[in-house]
Design a protein. Structure first.
Length: 547
């Protein structure tokens, strides 16, 4: 009995460990990495490897290789890098050889073998990329032709679809001016680096709207391709605001959004486990009760929240439903885990809530999809068309929902996070308000901004600070282009302030200005001809102006 009890206890511990969110463990590992605590980062990342092996994304595996190298675990680091080179065809030789995290590996004999393999991958990359694009596009087209408009009343497929490579090569199933082909299926063309933004988005090309997909998003069972094609079709019916919902990073709102996430995960898992519909309905009601409470905090933001959820939430729902992924509910749970572990919630939340509510409403056999030309309000739909009465938000109802949805743990974590977040706000406030800066006003509102939506911090009533952003002047009428350094982004050493209402960027004071090249702590700016840096005031502030 004692032996059996020990086995049962060990099984419980193992199961409990495996139940931890990989994203939350990864976040802890990267937090330790950013704090230069490589020993802790190694312990955390080792737990991920123990659970998942090398099934992680290539970017996360690469981060793990950096962590192990910095912790002196050179063999483990080389094992991961060798796997990426052999099995994932890693080909970014420039980044690999210049990454300071890996400099201690350069003297190892295995390093030369790795470099040789990565160079070979780089040489064969064009042919492999073209084949991958061909397979991915034809697969997505087949899925959407099979749906043939059943989901939304219109067929989502369009030949206005471009796959964009890191080298600014575009791939298409239709002939483009100046494009070439070797097999009469995929057409390729090299474009200038300021023609299209390196983002998955709907963009104008040759004066037409196109769904643009990056090459490293082609292996997700067609989710991203369908997501962006949905945008192209939706934009024909309605123009929606995609601005961040800033109050969602405030303590109380963030806590209630996390409770909403938890209730949605509980509902989705209950569907997977074939639980009674009454329990699933209860979790959905819990989620929308938390939403109702949260939206009372800042009613003025409701319209912006519903618009971005109608845009990105429905696009992600559509990508999930029509993809070839066989477990849509697990896909939605993983999406919530990823968005919940993000440092900011201001723009990423609909990617989680849209698929979750859409799939659950479908499961409850609700007739909720009524066209693409409207703004969707999941709470109103559920109350009016399913419950036929308002959701009860009495203290007793809230208390019962809290007991079902892990309130105690979430509350404890959010209290601790608030302390850390307040320190970050204080840091960026000092950086941009109490120290000299470099500012610039854009003369043309058309400016490409590619940024990590999870790497933003809201300075209340002022704007957003971006810790990972690339700005590209695609018209030639603005000041120029800029980008963050990779090491700075990973280690959280810098930030760029953006106020898009006044079309202004503010940079920390540069450390070097050499003609049209500006270097700062974690960023580089390339000025266009005719733009210069000049002294702005007696406090040491600088500005970029047109001569």
């Amino acid at each position: 009995m004692k032996y059996l009890l020990s086995l049962l206890c060990w099984f419980f511990i193992l199961t409990n460990c495996c139940a931890q969110s990989l994203d939350s463990i990864y976040t802890r590992a990267m937090t330790a990495y950013n704090q230069h605590d490589y020993k802790t980062a190694s312990v955390e990342f080792s737990a991920i490897i123990k659970q998942q092996g090398y099934q992680l994304s290539s970017s996360k595996l690469y981060d793990g290789a950096c962590i192990f190298a910095l912790n002196g675990e050179y063999t483990r680091s080389m094992d991961i890098l060798s796997f990426l080179a052999k099995e994932r065809y890693y080909a970014n030789i420039g980044h690999l050889t210049s990454d300071s995290d890996l400099k201690n590996l350069h003297e190892l004999p295995e390093w030369k073998i790795l470099i040789s393999r990565v160079k070979q991958n780089q040489e064969t990359l064009p042919a492999r990329t073209k084949q991958n694009v061909k397979v991915a596009l034809l697969k997505a087209k087949a899925l959407l032709m099979q749906d043939n408009g059943k989901l939304w009343g219109e067929n989502l497929w369009s030949d206005n679809l471009l796959v964009l490579g890191n080298d600014h090569t575009i791939y298409s199933l239709k002939i483009l001016p100046g494009s070439v082909t070797a097999d009469s299926v995929i057409y390729t063309k090299k474009i200038a680096d300021n023609v299209l933004s390196q983002t998955n988005s709907s963009q104008k090309y040759d004066n037409q709207p196109y769904a643009v997909i990056l090459t490293n998003y082609l292996s997700d069972s067609s989710v991203t391709i369908i997501h962006e094609l949905f945008h192209v079709l939706q934009y024909k019916h309605i123009n929606l605001n995609g601005n961040p919902v800033n109050y969602l990073d405030e303590y109380q709102a963030r806590q209630r959004l996390r409770l909403e996430y938890q209730a949605l995960k509980n509902a989705l898992q209950a569907v997977r486990d074939k639980k009674e519909k009454a329990l699933i309905r209860q979790y959905v009601t819990d989620a929308l009760m938390y939403r109702k409470l949260r939206q009372q905090i800042d009613p003025q933001s409701l319209d912006a929240e519903l618009q971005i959820e109608t845009s990105e939430g429905l696009a992600n729902y559509t990508g999930f439903v029509l993809s070839s992924n066989t477990d849509k509910y697990l896909l939605a749970i993983n999406e919530i885990d990823m968005r919940e572990s993000a440092p900011t919630y201001t723009r990423a939340f609909p990617y989680a809530t849209g698929p979750a509510y859409g799939l659950l409403f479908d499961y409850l056999q609700m007739n909720w999809k009524t066209g693409l030309g409207k703004v969707y309000n999941f709470q109103a739909i559920y109350e009016n068309d399913y419950l036929h009465h308002p959701i009860n938000i009495s203290p007793a109802a809230i208390s019962k929902a809290d007991s079902r949805n892990n309130f105690a743990t979430i509350n404890r974590q959010e209290v601790a996070r608030k302390r850390d977040f307040d320190k970050k706000i204080s840091y960026y406030t000092d950086l941009f308000e109490h120290y000299p800066t470099l500012s610039v006003l854009m003369t043309d509102s058309i400016y490409s901004r590619s940024y990590d939506m999870n790497g933003t911090v809201v300075l209340k009533d002022k704007g957003l600070v971006y810790s990972n952003i690339v700005g590209t002047d695609i018209t030639g009428r603005n000041f120029g282009s800029f980008k963050m350094e990779a090491d700075s982004v990973k280690k959280g050493l810098s930030g760029i302030f953006g106020d898009f209402e006044s079309h202004k960027f503010i940079f920390p004071l540069p450390v070097k200005i050499d003609g049209n090249k500006i270097t700062g702590n974690g960023f580089h700016i390339q000025l266009n001809r005719g733009w210069v840096v000049r002294k702005k005031d007696k406090n040491g502030n600088l500005e970029i102006v047109q001569q």
